[in-house]
Design a protein around this ligand. Sequence first.
Ligand code: ARG
Length: 370
Amino acid sequence: MNPLWDEARTFIEACYRELGKCEADIERRLDEVRHQIQRDGTYEHTFEELEHGARMAWRNSNRCIGRLFWQSLHVFDRRHLREPQAMFEAICEHLRFARNGGKIRPTLTVFAPASREREVRIWNHQIVRYAGYETPHGIVGDPASAAFTRVCQDLGWRGQGSPWDVLPVVIADGGALAWFELPRDLVLEVPIEHPEHRSIADLGLRWYAVPVLSDMALIIGGIRYTAAPFNGWYMVTEIGARNLADPFRYNMLPAVADALGLDRSSDATLWRDRALVELNVAVLHSFRKHNVTIVDHHTAARQFAYFEQLERDANRRVTGDWTWLIPPLSPAATHIFHSGYDNDFVLPNFVRQRRPYPAPHLRIDPSVFR
Ligand code: ARG
């Protein structure tokens, strides 16, 4: 019949059963939702549905190793906000709440869902991210941000030109586009040092504390929330084995190896592998020292095993994307590597959306690995 009604019904039934509601409550709510859909062509979630739906979406995120904590997600309902300025203030509040003085709280802020008339989007990939400037000598900063940095500059934003400039927040509401500079004191960052090798600190590496993904849509019961930024805390390898290490990102392994005095005359000295381990030791040590929540990949994998067990106990199937669940460092030292997962897409969930600004297709040039 009506595809929205089908999805709404499936969600309400699952959500209300999980919340331990009686059949009469479910029937009453289904009647209400059906009438709303018939009258308006859409329906509005209660806060309870929104909160639990968002938690289910996290639980169903096949690429996430941190799903054990899905029930702790804190949801801010900002569906009523209309002005980009007010949305930006809500984002600041999200950051402040999530940061929590370093003891990071998984948090999600929901803005108005997509409708026929209106779609709000946050153009940033993450609320906090470093700019990447194209210069004649290559990219300064995070190459992953190069296209978006250009967009910000076209909007009139000017960065310092350092490798660690925090990008502005760009919010689009229909035709209106606005950008805002995040207050410096809201952006918690950690300078990277090694517990034994002093020379690592001299590299001047740093990373921000809270990864707030802001470009995915949250889909609950047929309703599409196109602006629903959310965060957890970092797993060390995301920073130490990818953001700072990938040859097409900050590409720091050669500099780290030199700081450690490793022999780089041949690939076979395994200098990259040794640099990777020490860089991850440094990231973990630095976050700990500054009392910022972070998890190592062995602990995260063990937590994921516990999640799998709890889900089986609750008679739910665990879906997963093996290629993303294995950590990029020592994958075979975790149980995940030796397990299989069905990568089925289950709703509610988070989905990628079309990039709202023009950007060249990101293709990794294999020559960066030479
Ligand atoms: N991998 C992304 C990054 O390095 C963050 C993705 C979400 N990670 C998380 N721990 N919740 O910035």
